[in-house]
Design a protein around this ligand. Structure first.
Ligand SMILES: NC(=O)c1ccc[n+]([C@@H]2O[C@H](COP(=O)([O-])OP(=O)(O)OC[C@H]3O[C@@H](n4cnc5c(N)ncnc54)[C@H](O)[C@@H]3O)[C@@H](O)[C@H]2O)c1
Length: 336
């Protein structure tokens, strides 16, 4: 297949593109190499992908419609859309970046897909859309109408924009709600990377909400596996359905569109996460206990029954194995 991956120099896009190349697909990767975090890391990820002759890397911002139009050309068999301004906390500082990348950028991509639709588009959303939801685990069919950050609001808007385009123009779209993804080549603004950096530099770790937080940490290889399996699970248009969707299926009544959680379904307490990093590094952490950050939630917990129903897959990497793999990569990358 010919597959477009947006955000291919990012953490998740890089890993997914690498897996697609290994499986023999032709991959075109587009990334704007934004300065939100170290560009060198992004350049190195693209260098690895470029070792495959089946990879074409392009530098462009999604907001640049003519550039994106050139890359989109006659279209693709499938599209994975990851390029976005990510990060919950940064959306308090610079909300406009989220309007530009997530709203305008995603709109541009939808417009191109409208005229030359892929057989399936899979687009990144986030557990943050569950916002103030108190009922756990989070189910795709639950209402998610009370975002706590502008990041979450922009991702929820992406889900709705995709639904409208799916309904109007018949583009089959799966929205993927990710839960705190971690692993080698991870993001420097996320907890694992920040904690590792602090530990190796002998600084205390900033622990929010005094450690009273739990996250459904998802290992990158598990996430990639789930996304590869979902590629074949194209949401059917209403006229093509042989039976009614199951009661946990988020399939739209009017569009070839659904939302799927991808999480480990095992919330981990923050201090257990810290203990796993200590075990992996052999270093003892000093902790700087702080208050909850604005817009943060104390718990994320995925209900993954829909993922299992569709793919039979359930994440299997233990936290300690995943953290060990990250620390091994971190040491090699920084020559420690
Ligand atoms: N990592 C997680 O835990 C997590 C959790 C929930 C959702 N997500 C979502 O998954 C997707 C991928 O996340 P990630 O962790 O790989 O983040 P990332 O920041 O590593 O990757 C995003 C990539 O998109 C590129 N980009 C940003 N704005 C762009 C623009 N306007 N035009 C072109 N390229 C642009 C960046 O340069 C970057 O390489 C994002 O949509 C993010 O919101 C991630």
């Amino acid at each position: 297949m010919r597959i477009l991956v947006t955000g291919s120099a990012g953490f998740i896009g890089f890993h997914l593109a690498r897996r697609l190349l290994e499986a023999g697909h032709d991959v075109v990767g587009v990334d704007g190499f934004t300065p939100y975090y170290d560009r060198t890391l992004k350049l190195k990820r693209h260098e690895i992908l470029a070792q495959s002759q089946s990879f074409t890397g392009c530098e462009a911002m999604l907001e640049d419609l003519p550039a994106l139009q050139d890359i989109y050309g006659e279209g693709y068999d499938a599209v994975y859309h990851f390029a976005a301004q990510a990060g919950v906390r940064y959306s308090l500082e610079n909300p406009r970046a989220y309007v530009d990348a997530n709203l305008v950028g995603t709109f541009n991509l939808l417009e191109l897909m409208r005229h030359k639709p892929p057989a399936h588009a899979l687009m990144a959303s986030t557990s943050s859309v569950y916002g103030a939801n108190a009922s756990v685990p989070f189910r795709e069919i639950d209402r998610a109408d009370h975002p706590l950050t502008f990041y979450a609001a922009s991702k929820k808007a992406n889900e709705e924009m995709a639904h409208a385009y799916g309904h109007l123009f018949g583009i089959p779209i799966t929205m993927l709600r990710f839960f705190t993804v971690y692993g080698p080549w991870g993001r420097p603004d996320m907890a694992l990377f920040k904690f590792a950096a602090a530990l190796f530099e002998g600084r205390p770790l900033d622990i929010y909400n005094r450690g009273d937080m739990r996250r459904d940490f998802t290992y990158i290889d598990d996430l990639v596996e789930a996304m590869i399996l979902l590629l074949e699970k194209v949401p059917p248009a209403p006229s093509r359905r042989q039976s009614a969707p199951s009661e946990i299926d988020s399939l739209s009544p009017t569009a070839p569109w659904r939302v799927v959680n991808i999480g480990a379904q095992t919330p981990i307490a923050l201090m257990d996460f810290v203990a796993a990093i200590e075990a992996a590094t052999g270093l003892r952490a000093a902790c700087n206990f702080m208050d909850m950050q604005e817009g943060d939630v104390p718990l994320t917990h995925a209900d993954t029954r829909l993922l299992i129903q569709l793919t039979g897959f359930t994440p299997r990497t233990t936290l300690q194995d995943g953290v060990n793999a990250f620390i091994a990569w971190y040491r090699a990358y920084f020559g420690l």
